[in-house]
Design a protein around this ligand. Structure first.
Ligand code: NAD
Length: 383
């Protein structure tokens, strides 16, 4: 079969769905051809020459959409609602589309693909089982975002992170507080720690305590009943408003002493919980910084504006969008490896994509097939 990798078109997207190394590895294993759009990897630091040397053929966008049986994208039209429609219009009956589709926030995309008889595979739905870890783009990208958000905070803060004893006096270490200790939060803790900050973190999931300690940060304990906070796959369950209200009351006291607050709390398929209210921001130190990694899902801070940096009550609040794309080389390296591993599972001996719905990875990730939406959760969301 022919696999196509078009250049990403969502504004600001610098990643690419396969790197030259992934292509060389796939061509070695499978009887397939891979077309890559000219310039597709340039923003991520992969040249056309490197793709050709790896065995890919360079092509233009229209050629890729018309001749490839499978299109691989970082941001499919499902997650690229800005200008993705152009690509959707190019898709043909019988084709596969594999990439991020924002399935839980945009379930209607599965229906659109089904109407065009395109088989859609949403990478965000890769299950959290050991066998699928190597295909889990959410974890890969969260790791990158957790690292980068600390750098954003460090370069915005009006103080340094490490303690310094100098002839001109002692500079205290910055205090960093991370809310939500999942993959991004733990990487944020580790990165802030490496930069010399004093790091504390909090999560609703009781299991996070050990993980916070393991990256050298101090778990913050709140007098809250979090017994049932963990749902399936290690994800947090959505908390009720009473819980969140009490959490905010207790948290006010913690964050008023912090120099940097990083929020990463997410609940899959739901709007992010508000952990930091305007009043809590008001109580923070002048010159402190909040980086809200949940900005794109409504934000964990009430005052966050997605895609903007604002100063409120003397606190700088950064609401970055698409953070992994700002580290495009390593983000593509990880994304591409996840994609390569998934293709290794799906490609059969003839180099064709074969879907075995008995396999949990297939059943959980295929959002449209044979003109239908086979995915139970998406069907429920579609009503
Ligand atoms: P996520 O991106 O869904 O959310 C980030 C964090 O926010 C989570 O730790 C969550 O508990 C926390 N959170 C939600 N509501 C909160 C609130 N009100 N207050 C404070 N924190 C809140 O999470 P994630 O990074 O995907 O990771 C969640 C868990 O799943 C972690 O334990 C992670 O190690 C695990 N995980 C397992 C696998 C696997 O088994 N293959 C893969 C990835 C992650």
């Amino acid at each position: 079969m022919i696999i196509g990798v078009p250049k990403e078109i969502r504004p600001g997207e610098e990643r690419v769905a396969l790197t030259p190394a992934n292509i060389a590895a796939l061509l070695k294993k499978h009887d397939i051809q891979i077309l890559v759009e000219t310039g597709a990897g340039v923003a991520a630091g992969f040249t056309d020459g490197q793709y050709e040397a790896a065995g890919a053929k360079l092509a233009d966008r229209d050629q890729i959409f018309s001749s490839a049986q499978a299109i691989l994208q970082v941001q499919t039209p499902g997650s690229n609602t800005t200008n993705g429609q152009d690509d959707l219009d190019k898709m043909k009956s019988g084709q596969f589309l594999i990439g991020m589709t924002d399935p839980l926030a945009n379930p209607g995309f599965a229906q659109q693909l089904a109407q065009s008889n395109v088989t859609g595979i949403a990478l965000e739905l890769v299950p959290r089982i050991t066998r699928a870890q190597a295909m889990d783009v959410l974890s890969s990208m969260a790791m990158i975002a957790g690292y980068k958000c600390v750098l954003l905070a460090a370069t915005t803060a009006n103080r340094m992170f490490p303690m310094n004893m100098t002839a001109a006096g002692t500079l205290n270490a910055s205090r960093v507080f991370v809310m939500g200790a999942g993959v991004a939060g733990l990487q944020a803790c580790a990165t802030a720690k490496r930069l010399g900050a004093v790091v504390e973190a909090y999560d609703v999931r009781p299991a996070a305590r050990e993980q916070i300690l393991s990256v050298g940060a101090k778990p913050v304990e709140l007098d809250l009943d979090t017994g049932e906070a963990e749902g399936s796959g290690g994800y947090a369950k959505a908390q009720g408003e009473d819980f969140l209200k009490r959490q905010r009351e207790l948290m006010t006291d913690v964050i008023k002493d912090m120099d940097v607050v990083i929020t990463t709390a997410a609940v899959p398929g739901a709007k992010s919980p508000i952990l930091v209210t305007a009043d809590m921001v008001k109580a923070m130190k002048q010159g402190s910084v909040i980086v809200d990694l949940a900005a794109e899902r409504g934000g964990n801070c009430e005052l966050t504006q997605s895609g903007k940096t604002v100063i409120e009550h003397g606190v700088t609040i950064i609401g970055p969008e698409n953070v992994p794309s700002s580290v495009p080389h390593h983000a593509s390296q990880m994304f591409g490896k996840n994609m390569e591993n998934l293709l290794n599972l799906l490609l059969d001996d003839q180099g064709e994509l074969a879907l075995d719905f008995e396999d949990q990875i297939v059943a959980d990730t295929v959002i449209s097939h044979n003109g239908d939406v086979p995915h139970t959760r998406l069907r429920e969301l579609l009503g």
